[in-house]
Design a protein around this ligand. Structure first.
Ligand SMILES: *Cc1c(COP(=O)(O)O)cnc(C)c1O
Length: 297
């Protein structure tokens, strides 16, 4: 069995007080769960998602196949883990970045990953049985990990983050893309606690269906769709400005795709008085700063 603790993760991840000089902030108590600090490369929720999949890897598996965009935190994390373990890695990448690689793709190349650029239509098939069978034939004895690392055993690793929080809290806030992170959190909550998801893409109804597919009857969660800022990875000027100001004045950094939208939402919700007086809030920092690196880094 592979033991991921050989990667020396910082676990439990730090839980730090958060006291921004924002309107409404003094009405509540806030702490940030710093999953961005778990590992210098395999950061945030991608560590937790991969943990059990990698630790329980059948010995017959000869390579790993997975999917993502050109800046994917998931491909980055998985690519590093495969490289370190000496497992061949096939990354199916949406779009053709040949000769125009992002910092993420350059890292993958450096880690000897096999990059397979596919067009939108092929990428669309990433959940289809026939396409997956074709990949299985192309890469014999491979393990296919779904986009975002959101296989159902990812939930076990994710819900451990709740067990690590040794302070009482009422609400935990986290970003939602494929929904596995929010679902894993909900699995770990006590019935009196709530999770608030911040949708980072346009997906009213759709994001809820992604989360509930992983859950049984848990009801103590909801998603707000007011802070996707135009869609996945869309970065309007106000969001960029918010992140830049945050990063010069706060004790940790955020990026515009996930954590930037979460903290931007938090600032707005505090201003609107959306929380109960005295509410104890944990904000999950899911990491992902590698995706925001400028070219040449
Ligand atoms: C992948 C990712 C998410 C999205 O998590 P889901 O489980 O897909 O909802 C959030 N934050 C960061 C930093 C990520 O890399």
């Amino acid at each position: 069995m592979i033991i991921l603790s050989a990667f020396q993760p910082q676990l439990p991840s730090p839980l730090i007080p958060f006291t921004p000089p924002w309107e409404g902030a003094s009405n509540v108590t806030m702490m940030v769960k710093r999953d961005d600090a778990i590992h210098p490369v395999v950061s945030g929720n991608k560590w937790r998602k991969l943990k059990y999949t990698i630790e329980n890897l059948p010995p017959t598996v000869e390579s790993i196949v997975s999917f993502g965009g050109g800046f994917s935190n998931h491909l980055h994390a998985l690519g590093f883990v495969c490289h370190t373990l000496g497992l061949p890695f096939h990354a199916i990448v949406r779009g053709n970045y040949e000769g125009n690689e992002s910092p993420m793709l350059n890292d993958l190349l450096h880690w000897h990953a096999n990059l397979h650029y596919v067009n939108k239509d092929t990428y669309q098939k990433r959940h289809e049985k026939r396409y997956l069978a074709q990949l299985n034939a192309q890469f014999p004895n491979c393990l296919i990990v779904p986009e975002g690392g959101s296989q159902s055993d990812a939930l076990f690793g994710l819900s451990e983050l709740i067990d690590e929080i040794d302070h009482p809290f009422d609400t935990i806030i986290a970003p939602v893309a494929s929904g596995a992170t929010l679902a894993g959190i909900v699995k770990g909550l006590a019935p009196t606690q709530h999770a608030l998801g911040i949708g980072v893409l346009k997906g009213e109804g759709y994001l809820e269906s992604l989360v509930s597919q992983f859950l049984d009857h848990e009801m103590n969660w909801r998603i707000t769709h007011d802070f996707h800022c135009g869609g996945y990875a869309k970065q309007p000027r106000y969001l960029k400005t918010f992140c830049a100001q945050f990063n010069t004045s706060m004790p940790f950094a955020i990026e515009p795709v996930y954590s930037g939208k979460v903290f931007y939402a938090l600032q707005q919700l505090l201003r609107e008085g959306a929380f109960r007086k005295g509410e104890r809030i944990v904000i999950l920092h899911t990491g992902g700063l590698q995706g925001a690196r400028p070219k040449g880094n």
